[in-house]
Design a protein around this ligand. Structure first.
Ligand SMILES: NC(=O)c1ccc[n+]([C@@H]2O[C@H](COP(=O)([O-])OP(=O)(O)OC[C@H]3O[C@@H](n4cnc5c(N)ncnc54)[C@H](O)[C@@H]3O)[C@@H](O)[C@H]2O)c1
Length: 249
């Protein structure tokens, strides 16, 4: 028996590294999964092409996805996001700021709103899982627009949890630290990055997308019924440790 048997899920960013791992893991646990992404995602129970920054397009895409799922929706995961392409403050252009807010923050809002409406009309509760970042909790140099967008996702998630609890809909954020995915694998496997991860991550290495997928299964399954409004950090202990000063010399 799978941990998500009989449940229906939408995963945005399903063509990406983390989204595709979550979608595959959900299916392995017995869920039916429809992916939403600007890029095609294969091997799922359905796919709808969609720009998550366009609210009307997201409403239509979620309606199509729910139809593909047999008029049922129990879980939504928002993994679609812009990463990379960064400038340090104050050299952040209007365009860069707006694009990160539109895709990462508004994109999460639109997908969660459309999904929540479908869950409410289904009357069976549900689980909303946003993919934030440790950058929702601590800033990284030269990434202001990304950091601000992810901070917004954190409070979006808590506010949804508060408003949706009466419908038995939960909302939680996963905050990954560095995760090795196809787009960054070459970089993350260089000796310099490996040394950096060993020095800054107590567990000694970046996470794999499957580590994030494991966390998502927990937040999606009925066993986490009282877990809402929280952040599940998947960072190998990175945020838990302050630098140690002094030493042997
Ligand atoms: N990989 C990491 O180290 C890491 C760390 C922390 C947080 N995250 C977060 O995890 C999530 C997934 O990241 P990833 O590493 O898998 O990246 P990725 O680039 O592999 O996946 C992102 C997906 O989002 C889609 N997307 C981007 N803009 C879109 C839009 N406007 N409309 C629809 N789809 C769009 C892309 O097509 C892609 O498939 C993101 O929210 C990212 O911020 C990743």
């Amino acid at each position: 028996m799978g941990r998500l048997d009989g449940l229906a899920a939408i995963v945005t960013g399903a063509a990406g590294g983390i989204g595709s791992a979550i979608a595959a893991r959900f299916r392995a646990e017995g869920a039916r999964v429809v992916g939403l992404d600007a890029k095609r995602a294969d091997g799922l129970d359905g796919f709808v092409a969609c720009d998550v920054a366009d609210g009307a397009a997201v409403d239509a895409a979620v309606a199509e996805a729910v139809a593909l799922l047999g008029s049922r929706l129990d879980i939504v995961v928002t993994a679609a996001a812009l990463t990379g392409g960064r400038a340090a403050f104050p050299d952040v252009s209007d365009d860069e700021w707006q694009r990160y807010i539109d895709v990462n923050l508004s994109g999460s809002f639109y997908a969660c709103r459309a999904a929540a409406r479908a869950m409410i009309s289904g009357g069976r509760g549900g689980s909303i899982i946003t993919i934030g970042s440790i950058n929702a909790l601590a800033a990284e140099a030269g990434a202001l627009a990304y950091v601000a967008s992810k901070g917004g996702v954190g409070m979006l998630t808590k506010a949804m949890a508060v408003d949706l609890a009466r419908h038995r809909i939960r909302a939680n954020m996963i905050a990954p630290g560095p995760v090795t995915v196809p787009r960054n694998r070459e970089l993350f496997e260089t000796p310099g990055f490996r040394r950096g991860f060993a020095a800054t991550i107590p567990m000694g290495a970046a996470a794999e997308a499957e580590d994030v997928a494991n966390a998502a299964v927990y937040l999606a399954e009925p066993g986490s019924a009282m877990v809402t409004g929280t952040t599940l950090v998947v960072d190998g202990g990175m945020l838990a440790r302050v630098p140690t000063f002094g030493g042997d010399d």
